[in-house]
Design a protein around this ligand. Structure first.
Ligand SMILES: [Zn+2]
Ligand SMILES: [Zn+2]
Length: 238
């Protein structure tokens, strides 16, 4: 309900005894919460449930034995998405509501879902995900660039085991003893950059990822071009 943006407008005790009281007297207010309550802003639902339990137990319709914490409650919920939906279809939707993100084979979709899942993990406690024992494959065709191995080989030989961006030696050696570096296109192929040595550089994995993901990647890119004679600044083609 919180994820759908529902708002708790009113909370009432609805036991058969309480239903004989006027509406005002049935209303209860959990301590520490103000109604209307945006459920998405509730940090801890166990705590809210306990607060509701406490105030329900203190309600004046308590049985002879004392506070009854299991009274029937009526919740009045406001939800903008309800327009055009029947009460039944809302009930069905809530019963089947699964807030976890589905696995996907689409890398862009995957990173969007990771972001949403991280926000959800930050905002509420949940058991660790079960993950997938059997990992399905997709046969979807993806477009790949056909790259020239001569360009990759030339750039790696030129770098001779040192990152062309930070100057450090490759962080580890491959099984064949070669220092591990990656070849990056200074103007990415996806932006129309050419697959030629003037647009290719050998970097350590950290620098490579930074060149793709650092918010200052354009500055890093310009520094790299300025520091290596071979590199030229190719414009992006859209
Ligand atoms: Zn580096
Ligand atoms: Zn790259």
């Amino acid at each position: 309900m919180a994820e759908l943006g529902m708002v708790l407008d009113d909370l009432q005790v609805a036991s058969s005894e309480a239903m004989r009281l006027p509406e005002k007297k049935r209303q209860i207010r959990p301590k520490g919460y103000t109604l209307p309550l945006e459920l998405s802003k509730v940090p801890d639902f166990d705590e809210l449930r306990l607060a509701i339990g406490r105030v329900t137990g203190e309600h004046e319709t308590k049985s002879k034995k004392g506070g009854n914490r299991t009274k029937r409650l009526r919740l009045r919920i406001r939800w903008i998405g309800a327009s055009g939906m029947s009460a039944d279809s809302i009930a069905t939707m809530l019963a089947h509501w699964d807030p976890s993100e589905e696995p996907t084979g689409d890398p862009k979709e995957l990173s969007e879902r990771v972001e949403r899942a991280r926000i959800r993990r930050r905002t509420k406690k949940a058991a660790p995900p079960k993950g997938q024992e059997k990992v399905p494959k997709t046969t979807a065709t993806t477009e790949r660039y056909i790259r020239d191995p001569e360009v990759i080989a030339w750039v790696l030989e030129e770098a001779a085991g040192n990152c062309e961006s930070c100057g450090s030696p490759a962080p580890f050696r491959r099984a064949d003893g070669e220092g591990f570096l990656e070849v990056h296109h200074v103007r990415p192929l996806g932006e129309g950059g050419p697959d030629i040595i003037e647009n290719a550089t050998a970097c350590c994995p950290n620098c490579h990822r930074r060149l793709h993901h650092d918010p200052a990647k354009n500055t890093l890119r310009r520094k790299l071009i300025a520091s290596i004679n071979r590199l030229k600044d190719f414009q992006a083609k859209t």
